[in-house]
Design a protein around this ligand. Structure first.
Ligand SMILES: NC(=O)c1ccc[n+]([C@@H]2O[C@H](COP(=O)([O-])OP(=O)(O)OC[C@H]3O[C@@H](n4cnc5c(N)ncnc54)[C@H](O)[C@@H]3O)[C@@H](O)[C@H]2O)c1
Ligand SMILES: [Zn+2]
Length: 758
């Protein structure tokens, strides 16, 4: 091992190792005090673990440094004297760690060998909270204590009694199985959604927010006044058993089943697997899904499931030998918040973002993080100059979790949201009263917004125009050759040459410029939904754009939008008398009458999206009221309509091929298919309905127009009878598709009555 290092010539190295060891031990115990006693650490867990690992490495190299009171040999740290102290009936341990799959694989192999037989592995997510020991005597909760140093913890019984998930009395489900004594171990944690809420409340009350959910859980539990704990939304999950009398178990997973039956909370994510390969699969799975649960996960815990084997393997002074925590790479780091700047987005939304001292986290250097909006800055309680905890989770944009308030020196200052657009100087304001976001109202020509819109319009999800990225968009704006996006498809060689980016030294069109002109020409023919995406209508992404394109097939009437007066709510009345804007058909009324309901008149499809009424847009599957309102609002603005006219004049596609469109005979009808049909598969039936404008609904309500019933129908059939929804068989369905609702109605059976002969 380290024989050579202890030779006389390395005496200097030994002295240096001892000095560093003492320094680390001191730092570590100070961090432990802040973490365990004050619930207010100043470094992240990842940063703390680096110190602890360095200490352990020194002890490996210089075994003389390893003493029994080294932090590497102890559980946790000090505990406070604010609470009464409690001896645990059985010691509470920590866990050893593995930081790589190789390390874990080696551990699994060694333990299996030491266990001397086949081992079943219990895998559990590692809940990032604080350990708790619940003592139940004859089923009654008599004491709750923190882990403390493992032997002695703090008495937090009164506080724990305020946590709803923790039963005061174990449920005896009929048997005689409530033991005389059982120590139930688990983790108290703060659900993530409640963490954000709590911090906002603390800031509003003028108090320092918590840096992360784990600290908020510890801080909330360890309140002197249990009434405060009661207001915090703490939760708990069990992950172990301590001392017990009258409770015989063979495996830990089996013990969990018993605890669950008694009413104790058990994680739904525990799983017993048979092989090391499966354990590693679980590690990989939870690595990808660590943000899919309601609490923070900092690792995966692997345990030998069988109690007899656990006992045989025993434990060290600090941790059991039969369990290990696989730790995921830290996603948090602390750094300095240098400034808060604002960005103006495509829709004019002004969003503050954090300018950070660059820091390495989760494998990449982070120097900026989102802050969403001004009230978020206030809610998080961060000040410019603060040390902040940032998190970078997977591919998600880095975020600021909160400040390390204890490191403030008084020089920090609050962020003030600018009142004018940093790019065009226009006064910023909320779009509607009560909006949290403020915007630059200069939508048409604010350079920031226009640049973003051009970039979006040329993006993969829209026209997909190669050669028009940020740089090109900025160059066109700077050269003044586009006033807004309406000019894009009319750009000529003469226009492009004005911008240095598109000009050769000799003053001719550069290769970049040639390419851009060519791509603009080709991409005009993109399908309609892409054109719709390119318009930057609020809330309209690819899904809504496809739904709109599929339903209407056409963006605007052929004659253009110039004459069409489109203004807000007046619009629907105008459109009714528009090109083919009939408000309803006799057939539609027929159905309403037969069904004895005052159904509103069912609309017929308008000729184009621009002409559609808001209610008609909202009724399109995949659109809905918010998007419908945004579409109507968008078309209500003059320069928006000019974009469409100019694009159309430049040859941009305004309609999809219409040949394959079936007549919309079932527009707006909701039809449910249940059981198996003879003439159509389920998917074919659904497609046939959608093609004709109907909605293929999943459940029956009194809005359902027809229920089509095949063989072996389910409960939907009974519901249709109860609600007197017209029921069609195979033949009736064929008629519905071929001849429309009125004809089908004649064949329908309604309620208990027999189907009319026909
Ligand atoms: N930031 C700081 O200043 C600071 C200071 C001290 C400690 N810490 C952090 O605290 C942790 C060390 O504390 P530790 O000794 O509690 O070790 P640990 O958190 O690595 O592992 C042991 C604990 O995991 C918990 N746990 C969660 N889910 C579990 C499950 N399914 N099964 C079993 N146990 C489960 C238990 O409470 C157990 O006590 C490290 O993450 C360290 O970074 C941070
Ligand atoms: Zn602006």
């Amino acid at each position: 091992m380290s024989e050579d290092k202890q030779q006389p010539e390395s005496a200097a190295a030994q002295v240096e190792a001892a000095r560093r060891h003492a320094e680390l031990a001191d730092q570590i115990s100070r961090h432990q005090f802040r973490y365990y006693v004050l619930d207010s650490p100043v470094v992240t867990d990842g940063e703390f673990d680096v110190l602890l690992n360095e200490l352990a490495a020194l002890e490996r190299d210089w075994p003389a440094l390893l003493t029994s009171n080294s932090p590497s040999q102890r559980v946790g740290g000090d505990f406070s004297t604010e609470f009464g102290s409690v001896e645990h009936a059985e010691r509470m341990l920590s866990l050893d760690n593995a930081f790589s799959p190789e390390e874990l694989a080696a551990w699994l192999e060694r333990v299996a060998r030491d266990a001397g037989g086949r081992v079943r592995w219990l895998t559990e997510v590692k809940i990032d909270g604080l350990a708790i020991n619940l003592t139940y005597r004859h089923g009654k909760l008599v004491r709750a204590a923190t882990r403390g140093d493992g032997q002695t913890g703090e008495d937090v019984t009164l506080n724990v009694r305020t946590i709803a998930e923790i039963p005061e009395q174990l449920r005896d489900d009929g048997g005689h199985d409530i033991p005389e004594l059982v120590e139930v171990r688990g983790e108290i944690f703060f659900p993530l959604h409640a963490f954000a809420e709590l911090n906002a409340q603390l800031v509003a009350a003028g108090k320092a927010p918590f840096a992360n959910p784990r600290n908020s859980a510890a801080g909330s539990l360890r309140q002197k006044d249990p009434r405060i704990t009661k207001t915090r939304k703490l939760s708990m999950l069990c992950h172990g058993i301590g001392a017990r009398q009258g409770f015989e178990i063979e495996s830990q997973s089996q013990a969990y089943e018993r605890l669950r039956a008694w009413g104790l909370p058990i994680s739904p994510h525990n799983l017993v697997v048979d092989t090391p390969a499966e354990v590693l699969q679980r590690v990989a799975y939870w690595g990808d899904h660590r943000h899919d649960v309601i609490h923070d996960i900092d690792g995966l815990v692997v345990k030998v499931d069988e109690i007899a084997t656990q006992r045989r393997l025993g434990s060290t002074s600090r941790a059991p030998r039969w369990a290990i925590a696989y730790k995921y790479p830290p996603e948090e780091a602390t750094t300095t918040l240098r400034d808060i700047a604002v960005n103006v987005g495509r829709t004019g939304r002004v969003t503050p973002f954090a300018v950070l001292e660059p820091v390495l986290v989760a494998g990449s250097t982070v120097s900026m993080a989102t802050l969403h909006n001004a009230s978020e800055v206030v809610r998080k309680g961060v000040l410019i100059g603060d040390t902040v905890v940032i998190r970078k989770a997977g591919d998600v944009i880095p975020e600021v979790l909160g400040p390390v308030a204890d490191l403030r020196d008084g020089s920090e200052r609050a962020f003030v949201m600018p009142t004018q657009c940093p790019e065009c100087g226009t006064e910023l304001k909320p779009m509607k009263e009560g909006d949290v976001d403020i915007r630059c109202p200069n939508a048409r020509s604010c350079p920031a917004q226009l640049r973003e819109r051009l970039y979006h319009l040329a993006g993969r999800g829209a026209f997909d125009i190669e050669g028009m990225g940020y740089e090109a968009a900025a160059a066109l704006l700077k050269a003044g050759v586009v006033q807004d996006e309406s000019d894009i498809f009319a750009l000529t060689e003469a226009d492009l040459i004005v911008a240095p980016l598109f000009r050769t030294k000799a003053g001719a069109l550069s290769a970049t410029g040639t390419k851009l002109l060519k791509n603009l020409e080709i991409q005009k023919q993109q399908p309609l939904w892409r054109v719709i995406v390119a318009l930057s209508i609020r809330h309209v992404g690819p899904t809504a754009a496809r739904a709109l394109a599929q339903h209407f097939g056409r963006l605007a009437p052929d004659e253009g939008l110039a004459q069409l007066r489109l203004a807000g709510s007046d619009r629907s009345s105008e459109i009714v008398n528009g090109p083919d804007g009939l408000a309803g058909t006799p057939d539609d009324r027929g159905i309403a009458e037969v069904r004895g309901e005052a159904t509103e008149l069912l609309p017929v499809r308008s000729a184009s999206i621009a002409e559609a009424r808001e209610s008609e847009l909202a009724a399109v599957d995949g659109v809905g009221p918010t998007i419908a309102a945004a579409v109507v609002e968008w078309f209500g603005i003059g320069w928006h309509r000019a974009i469409i006219n100019k694009w159309a004049a430049a040859g941009v596609r305004m309609q999809d091929e219409v040949t394959e469109r079936a007549e919309q005979t079932l527009a707006g009808l909701s039809v449910v298919v249940t059981g198996s049909l003879i003439t159509y598969s389920r998917d074919e039936a659904k497609a046939a309905l959608l093609e004709r404008g109907a909605k293929a609904a999943g459940s029956v309500s009194n809005k359902t127009a027809f229920v089509v019933v095949g063989t072996d129908p389910g409960s939907k059939y009974d519901k249709a009878i109860a609600l007197k929804v017209p029921i069609l068989d195979d033949a009736g369905f064929t008629v519905l598709l071929k001849d429309g609702p009125a004809a089908a109605l004649k064949l329908a059976r309604i309620g208990d009555q027999e189907a009319p002969a026909g």
